[in-house]
Unconditional design. Structure first.
Lengths: 286, 266
């Protein structure tokens, strides 16, 4: 046995030479990624006379900005809900399907992943028009009396965004569902559990880690999406991300942009930290 | 089978069918519109034609933008593969504190808003004196591609049995040869999957690239979005359909080399 079998015999864990292999990547990200982000954070708290939270106070005292935050969270919540309601059963179908169905489903999940958001959002512009596929379908089914335009509405935005983010809900859930032995629920049934009971007590807890990572993925992507709202709903409707983009790219208002950018960053970090913590807790309990 | 079970099963299959149709809709619509003759996006098109494909060659800016995107994606993916693989080995093999924190840090660009990263980098690069458009795009896109490589290669390495390398050395290989003959083939699927997704993520990136492009050098998504806003005609559908075909090709190759199910390992 080598010395590796007994790590405590090493004088210091930092002496392990393999750590050097991580240095280039970590150093790279520190210089071009972490340092700029910290700088942005610092600058947003720096006024003409030193440290200040004035930009945040004036941002929060404007009711328009509260609407922007509300828009961001509401749309992200609807997109996440839509993706979950479709994605959860779809992940089960994908895991339990026969070869042919599984291939069809995998192709329809992976292929759109390899095509850019600009292309897909552009396609949804066509789909959501008054004479588009969705409108025709709903009129044909008798749900709508006459064709309506969904483009440039919140519903249209949610539909388009959910379409683009759905694979990121299905795949993490699929990765845990495929590990579950289908005989578990049969065993439960033999022992007298109703299907509902065995779902809530066996299947659901086992899939929770997948749900957490899928929800975290979709929610954080929906909060920070920028191209999709600008194509599907336009400038009337502002989210934190579109406001950040506009204030840097169009209005040249770096003060406002830095403030919204930091709020967006905080939100994203909270989602990452929260979901990691949840996943670890769930992982530990199973 | 009980009634509840049958109902659940029907529901699940209904959702599965809906998912397939829903996910494929934008691709099918794009392809259908690109072969239509109408200048507005009518479905079904009144007549079929290739006029938008012919126009593609004469549309200023789209092909150069495609070239820029391919170059930036290829080079940044290559750099990310080297940096990411080295780092993944350290993360899996090393015994030092904070390994998990480092892994999270390396994957974090994937989870943070691209726009915010772009803004921060724009100011950071200015402070570092980096003004060249190409260089900025390369440097920025390595940050986009690195997380894909680290995530997938760490996953593959933690399943790899390192005693195989010792076995190869016992059988007469020297250390680099053992790595080449045992480790590299075992990691090949991970390289392919992560390389593919990293490349596509770079090709697709809008919110970071937008801060580093100028009037002369644009990446494809930026040129396309500008085109959609200025002249909304199916030329953009033609180039999109081209990208869909390219993606299908890549997917077929990926399936042949590592299998579709592996590609879904997320």
């Amino acid at each position: 046995m080598s010395t590796q079998a007994n790590p405590s015999s090493a004088p210091s864990p930092w002496r392990d030479p393999v750590i050097l292999l991580a240095v280039p990547a970590v150093l790279y990200l520190l210089v071009v990624y972490a340092y700029p982000l910290l700088w942005l954070l610092m600058k947003s708290f720096t006024g003409p006379s030193g440290l200040t939270i004035q930009p945040y106070i004036s941002f929060m005292s404007d009711p328009f900005n509260w609407r922007v935050i509300g828009n961001t969270l509401r749309v992200a919540a609807w997109v996440t809900l839509f993706c979950f309601v479709i994605g959860y059963p779809a992940a089960f179908a994908l895991a339990r399907a026969g070869t042919v169905v599984q291939i069809v489903m995998l192709v329809s999940i992976i292929l759109p992943l390899s095509i850019g958001a600009v292309v897909k959002a552009f396609a949804w512009q066509i789909v959501l028009r008054r004479d588009g596929v969705v409108s025709q379908l709903l009129v044909g089914l008798g749900i709508w009396d006459e064709p309506q335009r969904l483009l440039f509405t919140e519903t249209g935005l949610v539909l388009g965004a959910a379409n683009i983010f759905l694979p990121f809900m299905i795949l993490p859930i699929y990765s845990v569902v495929k590990l579950i032995d289908p005989r578990l629920s049969e065993a439960g049934a033999t022992l007298g559990a109703t299907p509902l009971y065995s779902f809530t007590h066996v299947t659901l807890p086992l899939t929770l880690p997948g749900i957490v990572s899928g929800v975290a993925f979709v929610f954080s992507m929906s909060v920070s999406m920028f191209v999709i709202p600008s194509l599907l709903i336009g400038d009337r409707f502002q989210t934190l991300a579109t406001l950040t983009g506009r204030s840097f790219l169009l209005m040249r208002n770096e003060q406002l942009g830095s403030t919204t950018a930091v709020i967006l960053l905080t939100l994203a970090v909270a989602i990452v930290v929260g979901s990691t913590w949840l996943a670890r807790r769930l992982g530990g309990s199973t | 089978m009980t009634a509840t079970e049958r109902l659940t099963r029907t529901f699940v299959w209904f959702i599965a069918a809906f998912t397939v149709v829903f996910l494929m809709t934008p691709l099918i619509v794009t392809i259908a519109v690109s072969f239509g003759s109408s200048t507005v996006f009518t479905l079904p098109p009144p007549d079929w034609s290739l006029r938008w494909y012919q126009r593609l060659a004469n549309t200023r800016g789209l092909l150069p933008a495609l070239m820029v995107s391919v170059q930036v994606a290829a080079i940044s993916t290559a750099i990310a593969m080297v940096l990411g693989t080295l780092c993944a080995i350290a993360l899996v093999r090393g015994r030092f504190p904070g390994r998990e924190a480092i892994a999270t840090f390396l994957i974090s660009p994937l989870m943070l808003p691209g726009l915010v990263i772009g803004i921060a980098m724009l100011q950071g690069f200015k402070a570092l004196g980096l003004r060249d458009v190409y260089a900025s795009l390369f440097v920025a896109h390595v940050v986009i591609t690195l997380p894909y490589v680290v995530r997938t290669v760490v996953g593959a390495l933690s399943l790899f049995d390192f005693s195989l390398i010792d076995a190869a050395r016992t059988l007469g290989c020297n250390y680099p040869m053992a790595l080449m003959r045992v480790l590299v083939p075992a990691l090949a699927p991970a390289f392919l999957t992560s390389g593919m997704f990293a490349f596509l993520a770079s090709m697709d990136n809008y919110p970071i690239s937008i801060f580093f492009t100028d009037a002369w050098t644009k990446t494809l998504p930026i040129q396309m979005l500008q085109y959609v806003e200025e002249t909304p005609d199916p030329t953009i559908a033609a180039i999109s359909a081209g990208l869909v075909l390219l993606a299908i090709l890549v997917l077929i190759i990926g399936d042949r080399l590592v299998g579709l199910r592996k590609l879904a390992d997320f």
